[in-house]
Design a protein around this ligand. Structure first.
Ligand code: 2DT
Length: 215
């Protein structure tokens, strides 16, 4: 970056098991950052609007079956296809708030029989590295209090427990800036915590180069 280069935006990811409140918190965070004068956009993965995203969406809705390796690679391709626009936005100073990323990719597929975490991470090696990954932590018992799971694939209690264990493994990696958030707090308390972490990250990230994930 040259002398005239502006400050880059931060790449902020929210992860967590189902019912932890990721989407609610992403929306609230984007609103709060906008109100504090930041240029910010929300993204979510899978992005069901693209051709690849439509294949994934049909699979999740159980309208189609796909071989497990194939769907894993489609989830990864669905991130890679967004990378050029993500980098452009970050370089232009826009902060991206992302609902799920490669961590969901690795955790969900490696929860299936016959998959190891290491293989599952490979296709996403080199993606733009988040400056901050907040993991919304909620016990299965607390998640159950928030109502029944929906009808989509993966919304099964036992599977979600295995996914949580895979996330626990991923969170041991110190090369990623993880922040665990207690998602059993009120929506407003969780929001305050998330906003504080995000503003700190936006300040520190603007002077640092964007990293490469798991590389
Ligand atoms: P939501 O659209 O409700 O978040 O559900 N998933 C997600 C994967 O298996 N691999 C991935 O790479 C990603 C991003 C998690 C999407 C479902 O798809 C799962 C739940």
């Amino acid at each position: 970056s040259g002398v005239m280069a502006g400050k880059r935006g931060a790449l902020i990811v929210l992860e967590g098991v189902d019912k932890a409140g990721k989407t609610t918190q992403c929306n609230k965070l984007v609103q709060a950052l906008q109100q504090s004068g930041q240029s910010v956009e929300m993204m979510r993965f899978p992005d069901r609007t693209t051709i690849i995203g439509q294949l994934i969406s049909a699979y999740l809705e159980k309208k189609s079956d796909l071989e497990d390796h194939v769907v894993h690679l489609l989830f990864s391709a669905n991130r890679w296809e967004m990378v050029p626009s993500m980098k452009k936005k970050l370089e232009q100073g826009t902060t991206l708030v992302v609902d799920r990323y490669a961590f969901s990719g690795a955790a969900f597929t490696s929860a299936k029989p016959g998959f190891c975490l290491d293989w599952c991470k490979k296709p996403d090696v080199g993606l733009p590295k988040p400056d901050l990954v907040m993991f919304l932590q909620l016990s299965p018992a607390q998640a159950a209090l928030r109502g029944q799971f929906g009808e989509e694939r993966y919304e099964i209690d036992d599977f979600q427990r295995t996914v949580q264990q895979k996330f626990d493994q991923l969170m041991k990696d110190p090369s990623v800036n993880w922040q665990e958030i207690d998602a059993s707090q009120s929506i407003e308390d969780v929001h305050r915590e998330i906003t504080t972490h995000s503003l700190n990250t936006i300040n520190t990230a603007q002077n640092l180069p964007l990293g490469e994930l798991w590389k």
